[in-house]
Ligand binder design. Structure first.
Ligand code: URA
Length: 188
């Protein structure tokens, strides 16, 4: 574990801990406010993110941005990262060895940021962060507290592109986050 961003970022630069390093164009480290009260965790970079080196800049990200704007969450004030930092081929789900070799970086980011709320975007984030026993269909929209952090599991924004009903639920879940953040006077 590194206790500062510079060392953590340097440690990732030439990462070859898993096979995802072979086809990546960019490592998508994460983006946003390093002192954020609210953090969002997705699955892994897609083609647009791999090309730009930034999380959630493709179609799914644009949809998430719209929800942020509608609900009143400022993208610059939160921090956004993924379970894996390199693009899985054909956007497949990260494999167990890939996720487990990358999770230490994410844990280190969480330790440095000290968020009060973590929004888990989709099943991959939920299962890798809180445990395999969780299912996104039943866990979404409900707060889970672990070690002084409140987790809100919700749909992955890419799922909203395929299913309108999930869009409404995603908005509801983000509204719960906004209400809690307002109530606790968090920065977002
Ligand atoms: N999907 C993710 O899970 N993360 C991104 O950064 C983009 C799409």
């Amino acid at each position: 574990m590194f206790n500062n961003w510079k060392e953590l970022e340097e440690s990732i630069l030439n990462c070859k801990k898993c096979k995802l390093c072979m086809n990546r164009r960019n490592i998508v480290f994460g983006e946003g406010n390093k002192n954020a009260d609210i953090m969002f965790i997705g699955e892994g970079p897609g083609a647009d993110e791999d090309a730009k080196g930034l999380p959630f800049v493709g179609k799914a990200g644009q949809l998430m941005n719209k929800a942020f704007e509608g609900i009143g969450i400022s993208r610059e004030k939160v921090y956004i990262a993924n379970v894996v930092k390199c693009r899985p081929p054909s956007n497949r789900i990260p494999q167990v060895d890939e996720a487990s070799s990358c999770l230490d970086y994410l844990r280190n980011q969480v330790i440095l940021i000290k968020p009060k709320i973590i929004v888990l975007l989709g099943s991959t984030a939920l299962k890798n962060i809180l445990g395999k026993e969780f299912a996104i269909t039943s866990a979404r929209g409900k707060w889970i507290e672990r070690k002084n952090i409140l987790y809100m599991p919700t749909w992955h924004p890419a799922a909203l592109l395929r299913d309108e009903a999930k869009k409404i639920e995603f908005w509801k879940d983000l509204k719960l986050v906004k209400e809690k953040a307002d109530f606790d006077s968090l920065n977002f």
